[in-house]
Design a protein around this ligand. Sequence first.
Ligand code: NAP
Length: 472
Amino acid sequence: MKKAFYIAGEWREGTVYAPLHAPYSGERIAEIPQADERTVDQAIASAQEAAYAMRRMPAHQRAAILEKISRLFEERLEEAARIIALEAGKPIKTARGEVIRTIQTYKFAAEEAKRIHGETVPLDAAIGGEGRVAYTVREPLGVIGAITPFNFPMNLVAHKVGPALAAGNAVVLKPASQTPLSAFFLAELAEAAGLPPGALNVVTGSGGTVGDKLVADPRIKAITFTGSPAVGIGIRSRAGLKRVTLELGSNSAVIVDRDVNLAAVVPRCVFGAFAYSGQVCISVQRIYVVKEMYQAFLEAFVSETRKLRGGDPLSEETDYSAMISPKETERALAWIEEAKQRGASVACGGEVEGRVLQPTILTGVPADAKVSCQEVFGPVVLVNPVDSVEEAIALVNDSRYGLQAGLYTNNLSLALQAADELHVGGVMINDVPTFRVDHMPYGGVKESGMGREGIRYAIEELTELKLVAIKR
Ligand code: NAP
């Protein structure tokens, strides 16, 4: 099926097309237009024109359009989930969960559109400030360049498009090359919801061509990027004075203290490590268990993990499927091999069946092995014993990344100590770092990024604060 760009409210054919293959079956599922600079230029021009209309659109109308998009996702939930399952290889049960979150994300955006406000500033607190009334307003930036990854092709797009439109901006969206169909689906719903032409443009093509143009073009006022640290750091270094929000990777960890209820903890750790085959930015990659609990935890964790079923993402039975590409599977396997050569043991998994890498649990992994210190972004997790929670906190912090971390404990003072000392964007006490709901502030420190998403926080990133001072 031949797809088209969505520019200025029209579906426009490309001149060059690339085939899109399903990660699990390898089957060719669509032909995707590949933008050149001229196409991106047209998309930016159309967004710039629409930005004037969006800026003047009353909040209730922006809210109504976002509310309608949310409703349309609800009506077409199953269709949306099947698109994700097919192009991203995400098990259908998990894909439905993503659509349910997407519905909420647009709903939150609709609600937040109505409460974007400033504050009054008491200028008379300063000598010379008497006799004035002052207040701040939040104004849209104009045209936003949104660049998104493959792993949540509906909901992470929603985290950019939702707040950008809520704040009265226009958007040029460049989805990941592996997951363009989800972005086209959104464009269809946005059009049906009455979004003015040009307020959302979807341009597919290589990250190099489309991404570079978005980052370089002066009409784009902000880049909101979710993806790998290497690409994100490159964008930031080229963006000049543009606003940049970066949601990048991690090697997230969870700590398990001595007094916890394993029956509750273990299933959450299985979910955290292996949901969507670990291709989640806050996937559990490192588990540190205090030594008294280590054996019991490991046995239960391996036994729960063995219950997961691999296979076709469109099957209701499937818990895990193929990684996004054979190349990524090869990389994950090579990293497992490297860990083994450095003394690690495989407690479970480690093999590929068809295109599907099994959920893999490693023990005895040294801290400088790739599966520990880099981002695996695959179904691989390590479980190591520690003497104390304090030692584990130091291990968690010994990382280039800092997105979220989890600690299971019933010791309140240890929990508070961890909350103070963990150098991450979010600390989850009594849950895995994989916990996220869509209105909470979300983002990282260090190489995990800068800026925050979660609708209200993303709106702050995508608006400019203006002061108005009136002399009586
Ligand atoms: P990626 O390879 O960095 O790609 C992300 C996006 O950037 C894609 O649309 C890609 O386009 C584009 N891109 C590639 N080169 C570019 C360039 N030179 N300039 C501008 N854009 C460029 O990441 P991915 O493999 O899709 O996603 C996995 C990564 O995302 C992981 O590191 C994960 O941790 C991170 N992630 C972070 C969060 C978070 O919220 N912190 C959430 C999800 C994922 P092409 O597809 O065409 O190459």
